[in-house]
Write a protein that binds this ligand. Structure first.
Ligand SMILES: [Cu+2]
Length: 196
């Protein structure tokens, strides 16, 4: 009994105080649980990346946002949908203050699609719900996302990065039509569904 009184760890603790050994045991248990959750989440990210082509934008391509409207890929006449020689489609858009240009993009079902976007002012977001398209649009960089639409329809396209007081109104549309309703485009021709 005298020995127990001398050993601090053996002495009874006042009510409500948890012994150090018990605290250490609980910490170890929670740490194990946290590491297990991290492993599961990382596995989900890798699995989704491999099976559903969900991936972070990875192309590092720079562009001068102050001159991009003058000529080159993002000049106004080149915006909208272009058809590549292999039949795939490339949609080019600019994110302006509170609007995408063009604000309606026309695409065909089952065609490989490549979106190329850039911003003229601040960071915007480009999201197509229920698809693998979700990227930030950063001024000075070209964002590129690839996808393929399996169903025709109108896909609403919100800006999902807060970009200023008009952010809530920054919406555009992607109109996906059956192949027969998508006329073949000449190499320099661009199409959109913007209402004039
Ligand atoms: Cu926004």
């Amino acid at each position: 009994m005298a020995d127990a009184q001398r050993d601090v760890l053996q002495r009874p603790l006042p009510d409500g105080i948890v012994p150090a050994a018990e605290v250490a045991r609980m910490e170890k248990r929670w740490l194990t649980l946290m590491v297990a959750m991290l492993i599961v989440m990382m596995a989900v990210v890798v699995l989704r990346g491999v099976t559903n082509a969900i991936h972070p934008p990875s192309n590092i391509e720079t562009i001068d946002p102050t001159t991009l409207h003058l000529d080159g890929e993002f000049a106004e006449s080149n915006l909208g949908t272009a058809q590549e020689p292999d039949g795939s489609l490339t949609a080019r858009l600019i994110a302006d203050p509170y609007a995408f240009v063009p604000d309606c993009v026309k695409l065909a079902v089952d065609a490989p699609v490549k979106f190329r976007l850039t911003s003229t002012d601040v960071i915007h977001g480009f999201l197509l719900p229920a698809t693998n398209v979700n990227t930030m649009v950063v001024p000075g960089f070209v964002a590129e996302v690839r996808t393929r639409f399996t169903r025709p329809g109108i896909y609403r396209m919100p800006c999902n990065e807060f970009c200023g007081s008009g952010h809530h109104g920054m919406w555009a549309r992607v109109s996906v039509v059956p192949k027969e309703q998508f006329p073949a485009l000449a190499p320099t021709e661009r199409s959109s569904c913007v209402q004039q």
